[in-house]
Design a binder for this molecule. Structure first.
Ligand code: GDP
Length: 470
């Protein structure tokens, strides 16, 4: 455990800014209780034990004006989130009250907390490791059942535990190798080479699984960017609207990065699909559609994880659909979902034509036929969307650890690289010294994830991504 004693007391609003029923202002540090006691009347706060609640009034000591009636929660070090004395003041959720209370607390000697500083102190005092601290931010941002579960598992130390076990096994072996080095002159082999090879295989397998899980982790955290493309009037906007209305838990409508594109999110089975409608094309004059439109759609398609190609069943032939999809995805490795719209007004022969599989992106696929306007066939579409995710092996296994953090993925990649080098060294019969060095590097990379090995720069870059008050 890192012994870090901070002499200053930090304060911040821990609830979102703006009017609300309540706002919580949090203090942490050696003077948290004394500073609050200085403006709190009714009880002698300084004499109260930890884990207690106190109702009273806050006064500005200069003017004696009452600021608010509040409830103060008291936590004594080390039994608190940061392991320091912590006070949480629940006051009325008005911007004015919050500003006044904060101003008085600052005058009394507290300092405004930096982004993520509470969590950083918790980490530095050993209350949690780095991966758990990062999970605090993920949990706060979690907006689907799946992202919530993954963040909570990480916060509760599931991932850290897995890494600890991994490291422990490698450390054991590294120490045997180091022992050999100490006896270098005598040419002894303590470490059984075939045992090391087996262990290495196992560990590399675990690291590879974790790395693979990052693909899913990324999907859980950031969603699957799905571009809806198709000719003007195919029904793209209608379909998007229908999908959004179907889904009760719409997360948000993100303004597109460019005004031509609208992004909306729909969460299906805990997986977020970020739909990018290429609707803006329509608004261009016909001659420009060819030039700018296709080019922009192509750009969008390049950034997509999935292409939903929508066509009007009554207007296109299977050959035309295949040709347009091929043109849009030329040179790209992109899963495609072909969707025939306006089923309600298509003729029997048109429906029959699309009852055959289409050749798309190198695979044969039966298109989904639906009517966006009548909201018929949407369930088949949702099943097909999820099928694409599962087809890519991106399925959530309830018990498996899922890596969601880019930093963790990079560290795992580095560890995988060093472990591959150890493997190669073993195969080539390289000397103990070289093996031990690569093993140490692999251990260091794994240690970076939980913060067993960390630098100030790393900590700063992690915690400044938090919000103030966390
Ligand atoms: P976009 O240009 O691809 O975004 O197409 P829109 O969503 O604006 O739709 C073009 C036209 O097709 C509109 O008049 C829609 O009402 C109509 N439309 C969309 N879906 C269907 C459908 O399932 N059946 C029928 N009959 N018309 C549809």
């Amino acid at each position: 455990m890192v012994q870090t004693i901070f002499s200053d007391t930090i304060v911040a609003l821990s609830t979102p800014p703006g009017a609300g029923a309540l706002a919580v202002i949090r203090l942490s540090g050696p003077d948290a209780v004394a500073i609050t006691a200085g403006i709190f009347s009714k009880k002698k706060l300084a004499e109260q034990p930890g884990h207690t609640l106190h109702y009273g009034t806050l006064r500005d000591p200069n003017s004696e004006a009452i600021l608010d009636e509040v409830v103060v929660a008291l936590y004594r070090a080390p039994r608190s989130f940061t392991r320091e004395d912590v006070v949480e003041i629940s006051c009325h959720g008005s911007d004015y009250v919050v500003r006044q209370v904060l101003a008085v607390l600052l005058r009394q000697g507290a300092r405004l907390a930096e982004a993520g500083e509470f969590t950083k102190r918790a980490f530095l005092h050993g209350a949690m490791d780095l991966a758990q601290a990062e999970a605090v931010a993920d949990l706060i941002a979690a907006d689907s059942a799946l992202s919530h579960r993954v963040a909570l598992n990480q916060l509760r130390g599931g991932f850290s535990q897995e890494l600890r076990e991994l490291r422990a096994r490698l450390v054991q072996f590294a120490s045997l190798l180091e022992l050999e080095l100490d006896f270098g002159e005598e040419d002894v082999e303590f470490a059984d080479r075939s045992g090391l090879a087996r262990l290495l295989d196992e560990v590399r397998g675990v690291v590879a699984d974790l790395l693979r899980s990052f693909e899913l982790g990324n999907v859980i955290k950031n969603g699957i960017t799905t571009v809806i493309a198709g000719r003007p009037n195919a029904g793209k906007s209608t379909l998007l609207n229908a999908l959004l209305r179907e889904e009760r838990a719409i997360v948000s409508a993100i303004p597109g990065t460019t005004r031509d594109f609208i992004e909306d999110e729909v969460s299906l089975d805990g997986i977020r699909f970020r739909f990018v409608d290429t609707a803006g094309l329509r608004d261009n004059p016909a001659d420009e559609v060819e030039a700018i439109g296709v080019q922009r759609t192509r750009q969008r398609v390049q950034q997509a994880a999935l292409l939903l190609y929508l066509f009007d069943l009554a207007e296109m032939s299977p050959a035309e659909v295949q040709a347009e999809v091929a043109e849009l995805t030329a040179g790209l490795q992109l899963p495609v979902l072909a969707v025939g719209n306006k089923r309600d007004r298509a003729s029997a022969s048109q429906l029959a034509a699309f009852g055959q599989p289409l050749a798309l992106s190198g695979t044969l696929q039966l298109p989904v036929l639906l009517s966006a306007a009548r909201k018929e066939g949407l369930e088949e579409l949702q099943a097909a969307l999820l099928g694409q995710v599962r087809g890519a092996g991106l399925e959530a296994n309830a018990s498996a650890t899922i890596v969601t953090n880019v930093r963790h993925a990079r560290a795992l990649e580095a560890a995988a690289g060093y472990l591959a080098a150890v493997q190669q060294g073993l195969d080539l019969g390289l000397g103990t010294e070289l093996l031990a060095a690569d093993l140490r590097h692999a251990l260091a990379a794994l240690g970076e994830i939980t913060g067993e090995i960390s630098t100030d720069d790393l900590l700063t870059s992690i915690f400044t991504q938090f919000c103030i008050g966390k």
